[in-house]
Design a protein. Structure first.
Length: 229
């Protein structure tokens, strides 16, 4: 303490210079860190996080595809698909303007049949793993009342496939309402053409039967897959 008292004038000047240096360094670090932090926030916005969680589950299922079998893949993917896709909204959009004329009990059956067909489609198509990977662009893009998340499925060899997702929501809750293959082909636009034709010829019951039939066919294991187990 006595030594510090004797050195006080020199120490005070040194401390002031050090404090000034620290202030300037902090200001410089802050100016560099803030844009980086904003970029990191953008990279992990809610729609992006939701798609990454979906892809994590999908890849995990693909890697266990043979052991799980078609029903096991369906059971594993069902919760995450229901959490990631707004299946009720997708059904309404695919049916189109005629939705409001369908009785409520048939609407409920249509939504559930569409959900089962959607889950069965993923369980059927993603039936193995050969080194594929999914790449999610770090920033989602505003699109009307929603956001678009752009992704690619990259096989071990061959061309990448673009898969873009239109999502709607708020806060931390965002769900897919349409899927665009190669960035341009809307799944729901394709479905609407099919659905309108079926509804015109047979009404809601015919569409429910068609969706159930599609799901049943997708859920049948192919002979080769069945033999390999």
């Amino acid at each position: 303490m006595l030594f510090l008292s004797r050195a006080e004038p020199m120490t005070t000047g040194f401390q002031r210079r050090m404090q000034l240096s620290l202030v300037l360094a902090s200001a410089l670090l802050l100016s560099v860190w803030e844009p980086s932090a904003r970029a990191q926030d953008n990279a992990t916005d809610a729609p992006i996080r939701q798609i990454r969680l979906f892809y994590d589950a999908l890849l995990d299922t693909m890697k266990q595809a043979g052991r799980l079998g078609i029903q096991g893949r369906y059971d594993k993917l069902a919760p995450v698909i229901r959490a990631t896709f707004d299946l009720a909204a997708m059904t309404r959009i695919a049916v189109g303007p005629g939705w409001n004329s369908i009785p409520p009990e048939r609407q409920t059956e249509l939504i559930e049949s569409f959900a089962r067909m959607t889950i069965a489609t993923y369980a059927n198509r993603f039936d193995g793993y050969s080194g594929e990977r999914f790449v999610v662009e770090p920033n989602s893009e505003a699109r009307n009342s929603g956001r678009v998340v752009r992704t690619k499925l990259i096989p071990l060899s061959g061309d990448a496939v673009s898969l873009d997702y239109l999502m709607r929501g708020s806060g931390e809750t965002w769900k897919i309402v349409d899927v665009y293959l190669t960035g341009t082909i809307s799944e729901l636009a394709t479905r609407r053409t099919e659905f309108i034709a079926i509804l015109k010829n047979g009404g809601p019951d015919a569409l429910i039967d068609s969706l159930r039939g599609q799901a049943d066919r997708l859920m049948r294991p192919s002979p080769a897959k069945a033999d390999s187990r």
